[in-house]
Design a protein around this ligand. Structure first.
Ligand SMILES: Cc1cc2nc3c(=O)[nH]c(=O)nc-3n(C[C@H](O)[C@H](O)[C@H](O)COP(=O)(O)OP(=O)(O)OC[C@H]3O[C@@H](n4cnc5c(N)ncnc54)[C@H](O)[C@@H]3O)c2cc1C
Length: 297
């Protein structure tokens, strides 16, 4: 990222929402489930798997969590009706994690149970570090009754290696990512070289221990490291998949697919697009160009 991109990333909160929306459109599959499923089926036709995320997090009232639960149940029905190749990804704060953890567990169980009945799978996204312990605890509790649920771990957190050791007995289905929230140095690595090394260290450990891993990255170096480990361990394509976000590094995505690996595209949609869009834009190395183009269009 250039200095200008970094400066704009810092001022994003004061950039008018209409501009943010215009620039962020590439990362979001519309506002409705119909729009999102149109994107899913388009990607499926080109050989990509999908996972659908209904945007919205850190709700204020429990009735919003109940509504989100119904929305996710509806998405599961729609996926089944259209026979689409798509799982769902959920955020526990959207299901009331910060308001009532017992209610959050109940709602998450309902979603995972219905997904199981429809032969589908639920990935629990990992949010900021204030959610990590509760998210992993809820994941462990869910695994008592369900196997069609997986969780995300973040390579930038110092605790992650201990977290995955503690979950070893469950042999979880993981998504491994670098981590996107701004966290203090006491609990997270800030040096990108360390984050990358930790990513590779964790990936090798998870794959060696027999976990299925969603290798979530757009970083060509991480992709190369993953392919090296896959080759060394002689892993079949059923042991892992690559995962990328909608609208990011599409050329690399095509190259990985063409090399015979499975790829899942993470597809967010919905009316609450703002927080997600800001996170994506902050990571875009050509942020300044996009913002300026959107302003003068
Ligand atoms: C499928 C998926 C699910 C995720 N789930 C979570 C989660 O649950 N919790 C969480 O904390 N994080 C999640 N993330 C985000 C992740 O933690 C990283 O913040 C993000 O993927 C960037 O890291 P990277 O590995 O791509 O490497 P980076 O080094 O950040 O990026 C590598 C290269 O990718 C390109 N790139 C990256 N982002 C963009 C962008 N927005 N626009 C244009 N180019 C870009 C750039 O060229 C960059 O140089 C997820 C990521 C993916 C792919």
């Amino acid at each position: 990222m250039t200095l200008l991109d970094r400066a704009i990333a810092r001022t994003l909160p004061v950039v008018p929402k209409a501009i943010v929306r215009r620039v962020a459109n590439r990362y979001i599959a519309g506002e409705t489930v119909q729009e999102a499923l149109a994107v899913v089926t388009g990607l499926n036709a080109r050989g990509f798997r999908a996972t659908l995320d209904i945007l919205g997090e850190h709700i204020r009232r429990l009735d919003q969590a109940h509504r989100a639960t119904e929305d996710y149940l509806n998405v599961l029905e729609e996926i089944a009706r259209r026979k689409a190749d798509s799982t769902i990804s959920i955020k526990l704060t959207q299901l009331g994690l910060k308001l009532d953890t017992a209610a959050c567990f109940e709602m998450t169980s309902r979603i995972v149970q219905r997904a199981g009945e429809l032969n589908n799978f639920v990935r629990i996204d990992m949010e900021d570090s204030s959610c990590t312990t509760d998210t992993l605890r809820i994941y462990r509790e869910l695994r008592r009754d369900f196997s069609n649920v997986g969780v995300v771990v973040q390579a930038y957190l110092r605790r992650t290696v201990d977290d995955v050791c503690a979950l070893d007995d469950l042999r979880p289905n993981y998504r491994l990512c670098k981590g996107v929230y701004v966290e203090p140095l006491e609990i997270s690595y800030h040096d990108m070289r360390v984050i990358n090394r930790n990513y590779v260290f964790l990936l090798e450990r998870l794959l060696r221990s027999g976990s299925y891993v969603g290798i979530a990255t757009h970083d060509e170096l991480m992709v190369w490291e993953a392919m090296r480990i896959i080759r060394e361990l002689k892993l079949p394509p059923t042991a892992y998949e690559f995962q990328m976000l909608l609208g990011v590094q599409e050329q690399l995505r095509d190259i990985i697919r063409a090399a015979g690996h499975n790829i899942r595209v993470y597809i967010p949609f919905g009316r609450d697009w703002y927080a997600y869009s800001v996170r994506r834009l902050r990571e875009n190395p050509q942020l300044a160009g996009y913002v300026f183009r959107a302003m003068f269009k």
